[in-house]
Write a protein that binds this ligand. Structure first.
Ligand code: ATP
Length: 359
């Protein structure tokens, strides 16, 4: 139920007020392109929530609709129990951090961070104090008097974050904020972002197409595909128990098995998935332990990837599997394996995930 109030904001029924953000039956089309299709989503307070998916799957459009930069074709955006669907971006208690930083080049770091407070008519002394605290929270106090071009990419990104945090939004929207950073800096910033989010207690909604990044940082992940959410869950849940072949393949390497191979291994032609690190490789004469499935296969390719070695395997019936092993001697796994070797590839029953949404 929706009722109007004197502020022009519309209060909505109780069941959404416990959430920082709720999206109800959201649709967005650009001409005949359906960017978002009948999306429903509830994000609790203080959650680090990621929207993950391939290019064009609708993540940025959803973020822009929450921010108010884009208008939904249909549906509702509810922030803290209040329907803000019709409100302008500056009337919503959210801030956005973009990939391109958007800092003012002629202002110092301190002035950049103070800018939003000045626009809100916060007195000068208070403004300086709050900005200094925000700069401190991203650990850049020593650079407060510099101009943006005198900072590195990672430092600029942190300032963009400080500028958003200083306004104490209830919700912070982050659109691929680490996309422009090199791998090492990106990984450092992932840890920093998570720390800042926890300390500030702000709900983060984070858009990325990098599955490792999403898994590393998020409380929950929504996996997008063609304008719809295929699955929402904690990182472990979406990785270990994917709801569809799309989710299984998008989150890391998968071994999807269906049809005759599944029938002979698991007694059903439905689709199953096994992660490569769950497959144990042992001498072909080894016996299966109780609670294990297994198949004799030949190694057709071996690739060294640093921490792991990756093996491509093929069984006599044509089942192809990818297995990985850590590059350290593990008890029971200390056989040296090469292309052409025949092995027993085995895995425990509890590590076989049935794919429920298999068409
Ligand atoms: P990326 O990771 O590449 O940013 P995304 O998952 O964020 O992708 P969106 O940017 O939300 O995807 O786009 C979803 C779909 O809507 C795409 O097909 C895109 O081409 C289309 N789209 C987005 N914005 C517009 C627009 N302003 N006009 C027309 N089509 C658009």
């Amino acid at each position: 139920m929706t009722t109007s109030s004197a502020t022009g904001k519309r209060e909505v029924s109780q069941d959404t007020s416990g959430y920082a953000v709720s999206l109800k039956n959201l649709n967005k089309s650009f001409g005949n392109v359906i960017a978002v299709e009948n999306l429903n989503l509830d994000i609790p307070h203080g959650e680090f929530f990621s929207m993950l998916g391939p290019s064009g799957s609708g993540k940025t459009t959803v973020l822009r609709i929450i921010a108010g930069f884009e208008t939904a074709t249909d549906g509702q955006v509810i922030l803290e129990g209040t329907d803000v669907t019709e409100l302008a971006p500056f009337d919503r208690d959210v801030n956005t951090v973009f990939q391109d930083y958007a800092l003012f080049p002629h202002m110092t770091i301190q002035q950049n961070v103070e800018y939003g407070l000045r626009a809100r008519k916060i007195p000068k002394i208070e403004r300086a104090k709050l900005a200094s605290e925000a700069i401190e929270s991203v650990k850049l106090t020593h650079l407060a008097d510099r101009l943006p071009h005198q900072l590195s990419g990672g430092q600029r990104q942190r300032i963009a974050l400080a500028r958003a945090l200083v306004l104490r939004p209830k919700v912070l929207l982050l659109d691929e904020p680490l996309g422009a950073l090199d791998k090492q800096l990106r990984e450092e910033m992932q840890v920093e972002l998570k720390r800042i989010q926890r300390e500030a207690g702000i709900t983060f909604i984070f858009v990325t197409h990098d599955q490792e990044e999403a898994m590393r940082m998020s409380d929950r992940i929504a996996v997008f595909n063609a304008g719809k959410i295929e699955q929402i869950g904690a990182p472990r849940e979406v990785y270990e128990s994917p709801s569809s072949a799309f989710v299984a393949s998008f989150l890391g390497v998968s071994n999807l098995i269906s049809g005759a191979s599944a029938k002979s291994l698991f007694g059903s032609e439905e689709m199953f998935n096994i992660r490569p690190e769950r497959i144990k490789l042992s001498d072909e004469k080894s016996q299966l332990a109780s609670g294990e499935h297994g198949v004799i296969a030949t190694i057709t390719d071996v690739a060294y990837t640093g921490a792991n070695t990756l093996y491509v395997l093929e069984s006599e019936s044509g089942l192809r599997l990818i297995a990985t092993r850590l590059n350290e001697e593990l008890p029971g796994q200390d056989i040296r394996l090469e292309s052409g070797d025949r092995v027993l590839a085995s895995f425990r029953k509890e590590h076989v995930a049935k794919i429920p949404n298999h068409k």
